[in-house]
Design a protein around this ligand. Structure first.
Ligand SMILES: [Fe+2]
Length: 409
């Protein structure tokens, strides 16, 4: 067959020239958009399951407002406020039971990534049965999601991007080969892409500094990794490149001034753009290490991404000169050569993560460093094989162990 003629001069060899991109979520963005939750839910029926955190600290006004706007639209609400950070997969069953008992037409996730992912898991089990491990990619016997209730996502943090993604992450005890550690692994299905994302930047105003920093680091990771990924494409680049710039320009200000609404809006936009980008471009070794840190050491996800980012940027530097220099240009960083510009980008990101309070070291909490490095590497490979495959520079298991060993302080 003759080579396919191209009529478009792709800007760079690191982007695919054949690719898919689909975004099924209707994004309703802007300050005050949360008020339209009732109206949005009413499109799907008259009964909603509202999924939220067990610890409502700081979110009471949002939960009260959600109930009020739903009631005003004639939607009856059943509250399932049982979600802890990093929800255990077993909660999906409890939530699905609650949804089935009331005949919920729609599941609403209101909170950070854990609450929204829990809503997605509940939406699956309420329609498809089984348990969440049945649909998890890391399960060799996984099966596709057959059906799911519609999900509405209302993020109260600017981080995971799960409000626009077909992905949900859960913690699974007793499934990995490292029997004493749970693994964190994802379900991916277009059926759990939220039908509506109400992205209201006001919901994050006043979030504590540490939470703001961690969520921002997660969004930054998604954006940079989507650009580094071997599955990067022109659409994901357009979204993620802009997201990187918005985080670099606004995250430190949001951490410094938690009550200032100004930086919250670009950060909310960045998280959503990055979520859409990585849904199709994927993430790389940064997130593989982060998932292992979450599963083995219970490091909160955003903090884990922040710890892993400098190592990943440096390890991949020789394979990502063009990507980093382009991102540097997005961020207004100039230098005499592309190589110097790429180096300056890495320094800028590492400096930002330090400035907002993150370390590059793994706290072993007294564990044997060699054994811990082995466990982390095994957990990363087991729970997140795809991000390791999408890493621009190949990484074998021995190298991963060595890199992790070097991070353990
Ligand atoms: Fe993430």
């Amino acid at each position: 067959m003759a080579p396919r003629a191209t009529t478009f001069d792709y800007e760079s060899e690191f982007m695919l020239d054949e690719w898919d991109f689909q975004l099924t979520t209707r994004i309703q963005f802007g300050r005050g958009r949360f008020e339209s939750l009732g109206e949005a839910a009413r499109e799907f029926g008259r009964k909603a399951l509202l999924v939220g955190y067990r610890d409502r600290a700081g979110l009471e006004p949002a939960y009260a407002k959600a109930s009020a706007t739903l009631a005003a639209a004639g939607v009856s609400v059943t509250e399932f406020f049982e979600i802890p950070p990093d929800p255990d997969a077993a909660l999906g069953k409890q939530g699905a039971q609650a949804a089935s008992e009331v005949g919920a037409d729609v599941v609403i996730g209101l909170g950070g990534g854990s609450a929204i992912d829990a809503a997605k898991g509940i939406a699956i089990l309420a329609q498809s049965g089984g348990d969440l491990w049945d649909y998890t990619g890391a399960n060799p016997d996984s099966r596709p999601v057959a059906a799911a209730l519609p999900v509405i996502a209302v993020p109260t943090t600017a981080g995971t991007g799960t409000e626009v993604s077909p992905i949900a992450v859960f913690t699974h005890p007793d499934v990995g080969t490292l029997s004493k550690h749970p693994i964190k692994a994802s379900i991916s299905s277009p059926l759990i892409c939220p039908r509506v994302a109400l992205v209201d930047p006001e919901l994050a105003v006043g979030s504590p500094r540490g939470l703001t920093a961690a969520c921002g680091a997660d969004a930054l990771g998604h954006a940079i990794e989507a650009c580094m990924s071997r599955r990067a494409n022109p659409v994901s680049w357009a979204l993620a490149g802009k997201a990187v710039r918005l985080v670099v320009e606004n995250l430190a200000a949001a951490v410094e001034h938690p009550d200032d609404p100004q930086p919250r809006e670009p950060l909310a936009l960045a998280a959503t753009l990055a979520g859409a980008a990585f849904s199709f471009a994927g993430v790389v070794m940064t997130h593989a290490i982060a998932q292992a840190l979450g599963g083995v050491l219970h490091v909160p996800h955003g903090e884990a991404v922040a710890i892993a980012t400098p190592l990943s940027l440096r390890y991949n530097a020789g394979h990502c000169v063009e990507q980093y220099s382009r991102l540097a240009t997005e961020c207004g960083i100039t230098a005499a050569s592309r190589e110097e510009q790429a180096t300056a980008f890495v320094e800028r990101i590492v400096g930002l993560l330090q400035e907002i309070g993150f370390s590059e070291r793994i706290d072993a909490k007294g564990a044997d460093a060699d054994a811990l490095a082995d466990e982390l590497a095994q957990s990363a490979r087991e729970s997140t094989p795809v991000p390791l495959e999408l890493n621009p520079r190949p990484i074998d298991q021995a190298t991963l162990v060595e890199l992790l060993r070097g991070m353990i302080g």
